[in-house]
Write a protein that binds this ligand. Structure first.
Ligand code: PLP
Length: 399
């Protein structure tokens, strides 16, 4: 039976100390022990159910991490103060000085910048490839390679990664496949397809409220324990821990994620079809002419659709800007970076979330200067939204 992330969440039973239906919120940085030996054991990770200090683990974060692990079908999870906190911790945990990464060239701009500009400080080098070109991936691997890095659905080009094949390549070389699943929670469960480590910016769809930044790492017991090892764990020593108050609010939002993803997908599909009919250069993995459409179908849970992300090419950044300003004025949504919000958000990727990627690289990867990325919202009346978009287009075409 196909892994159903929403069912895995539904079956979790977590209660507070008094039978509270929402688990209690930990409001403590430290924890007391009645026996000194238990404290020592906890330090060595040998006291089940005991907490030591909230940077290491805290009960609220554990509740959220347990649900995320169930959703992904991994042994464990760990939650971080941002998506970048999750990505950088996981990468630094796997790489030593002299190591090498093979990464998709289309990734979140911050991830690209970390690999391109920051990791060389530690003599960790990255080769960027077109992740849909599996031969290029194979060829880029060297004896120093420790990670193949990709996003299930890449930002902002919405390419689909072939996770089972990438996992097989990683296994052949005894290295890790790390997958950022931020765009496709519920729809794709990367670990179930063979990925070793799954990463999230929970800032986006998972939380869905745009009221905080947060991230998550899902993987094996062994990997999560190594991350929070008091002597050598990257997460323990760099300290990007999520605040427990936030993690309790994200946990509640996680329980409605399956419904939200269905509505995001339904609305995005509606707009994609209308945009295509209107002759726009539209990119949406749910359309049969999208290069990754069949691949996505083979990897996704069909109940949750093809997601809320789509993009259209307005060719020039000036035209993209004008279009976005008009859409904001005519109540389509907000001109803003980020995604996974209940309102539609749109931004010009080349000038915003991918501006860390140099212009020549943007050009080579096929990122048009006029690309407008949409994160389609939860609009009940999506027909009205489309009429507003059409109106904005007619204004531009008559100028
Ligand atoms: C936003 C985003 C990130 C970074 O997450 P933060 O929570 O902003 O640190 C990483 N990957 C993807 C795909 C994203 O969209």
């Amino acid at each position: 039976m196909k892994h159903d992330p929403s069912r895995a969440i539904f079956e979790m039973k977590q209660f507070g100390e008094y039978g509270d239906v929402n688990p209690s919120i930990t409001d403590s940085a430290t924890y007391t022990f009645l026996q000194a030996k238990t404290m020592t054991d906890t330090f060595h990770g040998e006291a089940e159910g005991c907490f030591l200090y909230s940077r290491h683990w805290n009960p609220s974060n554990k509740y959220l991490a347990d649900v995320l692990a169930a959703m992904e079908g991994t042994e464990e999870g760990w939650v971080t103060a941002s998506g970048m906190g999750a990505i950088t911790s996981a990468i630094l945990q796997c790489c030593n000085s002299g190591d090498h990464i093979v990464s998709s060239v289309t990734t979140y701009g911050g991830t690209f910048a970390f690999m391109q500009n920051y990791l060389p400080k530690f003599n960790i080098k990255t080769t960027f490839v077109d992740i849909t070109d599996l031969d290029a991936v194979r060829k880029a691997i060297t004896p120093q390679t420790k990670i193949i890095y990709t996003e299930s659905m890449t930002n902002p080009l919405l390419q689909i990664s072939d996770i089972p094949v990438l996992a097989a390549i990683a296994n052949e070389h005894n290295i890790k496949l790390m997958v950022d699943n931020t765009f496709t929670p519920m729809m794709i469960a990367p670990a179930k397809l063979g990925a070793h480590i799954v990463l999230y910016s929970m800032t986006k769809f998972i939380n869905g409220k745009n009221d905080c930044v947060a991230g998550a790492i899902c993987g094996t017991h062994e990997f999560i324990n190594s991350l929070i090892d008091v002597n050598s764990g990257t997460a323990m020593l760099l300290g990007p821990v999520l605040d427990p108050l936030r993690s309790s609010s994200i946990l509640k939002n996680l329980h409605t994620l399956h419904i939200r993803m269905q509505q995001h997908s339904k609305n995005a599909m509606y707009l994609a079809l209308k945009m295509k009919d209107a002759g726009l250069k539209i990119n949406y993995p749910g359309l049969p002419d999208h290069k990754g459409h069949e691949l996505m179908k083979s990897q996704m849970h069909p109940d949750f659709g093809f997601g809320g992300m789509l993009s259209i090419d307005m060719v020039t950044s000036d035209k993209a800007s004008r279009f976005m300003e008009l859409m904001e004025m005519h109540d389509v949504g907000y001109l803003a970076v980020s995604l996974g919000y209940f309102k539609t958000l749109f931004s010009n990727s080349g000038k915003s979330t991918s501006s860390e990627v140099p212009e020549d690289v943007q050009h080579d990867m096929g990122l048009s200067a006029g690309l407008v990325r949409f994160s389609v919202g939860l609009d009940h009346d999506i027909e009205r939204t489309w009429k507003s978009i059409e109106h904005c287009l007619s204004i531009i075409n008559n100028e």
